[in-house]
Write a protein that binds this ligand. Structure first.
Ligand SMILES: *Cc1c(COP(=O)(O)O)cnc(C)c1O
Length: 381
């Protein structure tokens, strides 16, 4: 049998053919009006997805580079910040801050648990002098979506800024930067922006720019002021990843032609489909507030979770993701972001059923497919 490769992971994600093919076109020079025109169209498209009137900067790095950019451009050594750690990526905010001598008040959550805006307000009250709050829109390690709108309301009433890791969530679940009073928003190209890994995106509110002016942490490649100055000249401070930016133009054309509202609804349907499928065969979700970006599912008792992921990937070529850190072998994650359609979920569930029956889990065969198909059918238009 030809073993076809199915990418079902929460980054990198599948890329539409129109965006794949332009990567093969001859490279154009980046200091030309021709490139600048494409570059500025991409900036406009990013502003559309960020839902902001602020500048969005394009960095040549993976998503974590935008996170580091957020920290080093706004803070000074010894500053106090709050980080919300509900998983691997919330934890990363703390790691970056500590690397630069920032004092971190880390909120440790069980993976999949919520953190309310009231809890955040209490933390801000009992920790005076906090300069920034670092949160995650969609915690990819647990499949949880957090209340960024609520955090924005709370943080806006203080001196602090709110920095959000929107790397897996932006473009898949609502998070309008300006309306929700987010001061720094970050995103990455290989998640819902439908292109390969390699670019990161970041925008600053006027309140965040105020801190940029006073920040003394060391920076060079990721100096936001250099990006701002160059954007005024329709370019980047360093050589941009020309092909990726041209690919991003293609995918943003697709995103804009669908429209954000429709895209959120698309992800909602894929999320509902996956959840219905999992539940129909007796599986439980990890998250108390599962997002529509990916679904983290608990490995049923008595089943070897590491073997489950290995079988899905190695035997069936269905590249779902396993659990990370304390959840390795305990959960697995089916992604539904980026360029994915309803039948990609059917593929994932079918490979899952074949794997589970091989590992000795008892369930009604075809049950997840039946439930998933029902959701797709009901929502198909
Ligand atoms: C993918 C991801 C990142 C960044 O990862 P990179 O490997 O640096 O691109 C950060 N946060 C979240 C929530 C992510 O999903």
């Amino acid at each position: 049998m030809i073993k076809k490769y199915y990418l079902l992971s929460p980054g990198p994600t599948p890329v539409p053919e129109q965006a794949l093919s332009v990567a093969a076109e001859p490279i154009i020079h980046h200091r030309t009006p021709e490139f600048s025109a494409i570059f500025m169209e991409v900036i406009e498209g990013l502003k559309y997805v960020f839902e902001t009137k602020e500048d969005v900067f394009i960095l040549t790095s993976s998503g974590s580079g935008a996170m580091e950019t957020a920290v080093i451009n706004t803070l000074n050594a010894g500053d106090k910040v709050i980080t919300i750690n509900g998983g691997k990526f919330g934890e990363r905010w703390g790691k970056i801050c500590r690397a630069y001598g920032i004092e971190v008040k880390e909120i440790m959550l069980e993976w999949g648990d919520l953190f309310t805006k009231e809890q955040l307000a209490d933390e801000l009250k009992s920790n005076p002098g906090i300069k920034a709050v670092f949160a995650t829109l969609s915690e990819t390690s647990s499949g949880t979506v957090y209340d960024i709108q609520g955090y924005g309301e709370v943080v806006a009433q203080t001196e602090a800024i709110l920095a959000v890791d929107g790397i897996s969530g932006l473009g898949a679940t609502p998070c309008p930067m300006d309306d929700w009073k987010v001061d720094i928003m970050t995103a990455g190209s290989q998640k819902s922006f439908m292109i390969p890994p390699g670019l990161a995106y970041i925008a600053f509110s006027p309140k965040a720019w105020n801190l940029v002016e006073k920040s003394t942490l060391p920076k060079f490649y990721f100096d936001a002021k250099a990006y701002k100055k160059n954007l005024e000249k329709k370019t980047t401070p360093w050589t941009p990843a020309v092909s990726l930016i041209i690919q991003q133009k293609k995918s943003l054309d697709i995103i804009r032609s669908i429209g954000l509202e429709k895209l959120f609804e698309h992800h909602r349907i894929l999320g509902d489909t996956t959840r219905a499928g999992a539940k129909a065969i007796g599986l439980e979700l990890l998250s108390k507030n599962p997002g529509n970006i990916l679904t983290a599912i608990k490995v049923p008792a008595g089943i070897d979770g590491v073997k489950l992921v290995k079988t899905m990937q190695g035997k069936y070529m269905a590249y779902i993701a396993g659990g990370q850190d304390p959840y390795k072998g305990k959960i697995f994650r089916i992604a539904h972001l980026g360029y994915m359609g309803g039948f990609d979920i059917i593929t994932a569930l079918s490979a899952l059923e074949m794997t589970l029956s091989e590992l000795g889990y008892e369930f009604e065969h075809g049950g997840s497919l039946k439930a998933a198909e029902a959701v797709l059918k009901e929502n198909w238009e």
